[in-house]
Design a protein around this ligand. Sequence first.
Ligand code: SIN
Length: 332
Amino acid sequence: MTLLSLRWLRLALPCVLVAGFASAEPQTLIFSHVVSENTPKGKMALMFKSMIERRMGDQFQIEIYPNTELMDDDEAVVAIAEGRIHFAAPSLSKFEAYTGQLMVYDLPFLFANMEAVERFQNSPTGLNLLTHMQSDGILGLGYLHNGLKQLTANRDFTRPDDLAGLRFRTMTSEVLQKQFELLDAEAVPMAFGRVYQALADNEIQGQENTWSNIYSQAFYEHQPFMMQSNHGVLDYMVITNTDFWNSLTAEQRQEFRFAMEMSVKYGNAVALAKNQNDRAAIASMSGVTLHEPTLQQLVQWQNAMKPLWQEYEPQIGADVIEAALDANQTPD
Ligand code: SIN
């Protein structure tokens, strides 16, 4: 039996999730994600592990599986819901099967900047979304930032119709797929771990992602043209299984919440710094043309993509979209 199938066997055993199991051995908790350890999420997960093991190491050990080693994020959401793993931090675009309201994060050009995203997440509406999938077995413990998404392609583009006919990778999100269909491009939903090779093989010709993901995955090697579009947001929800969470004592939950809060703060600081540094590193590459759109060009992109706000209002809720727009107002 291989090491991987042994891990799967262990994941398949429902009893591993029950925290109240009387045992002298610390319980092993699984944290699965798809990015490298040198990313905001990778670093956040490492800090979470180190805090939990330092404060409760006699009770819990955390095994982190980065880089899609265990499963992709679509599978991780199902594995959390079914109680086969304990922690994951999928993109907010990955919850469509469970709630329409989180689609708000995929609406193009909705949030003016990351400060607005942060204000929305801390608003009553944003906080309420964390507990919205509890009955499906998914509990949100907090939000983690990556940053704003940029468009990249293998041919030059400045206007929305320049992308017509190209195949663009998206996450498995209906809104994100429609976004590219509005540009007459073809949307190809694909797991993150497959994107680099698909670009290399010309199976897809474009993609959207944050500076830190474009840099850490070396997408620039096959995407010489980029636009600082800031057209969407890539943020995560750190999730756990509801039954696992309810099986913990109040004291243990408090420790997990504290470790999560600290590591999310750290991850957010990393996200900010990495996106700035990785953008600068990409901009200085001789093989990359980075286009900064004029205000007039941005308006063209917004006009092309914004019809999605109205189209998805019934699923998201006018009140949720309103709360997100309110977050764009800087408090006095
Ligand atoms: C991630 O940052 O977790 C992956 C995002 C993606 O699938 O593009």
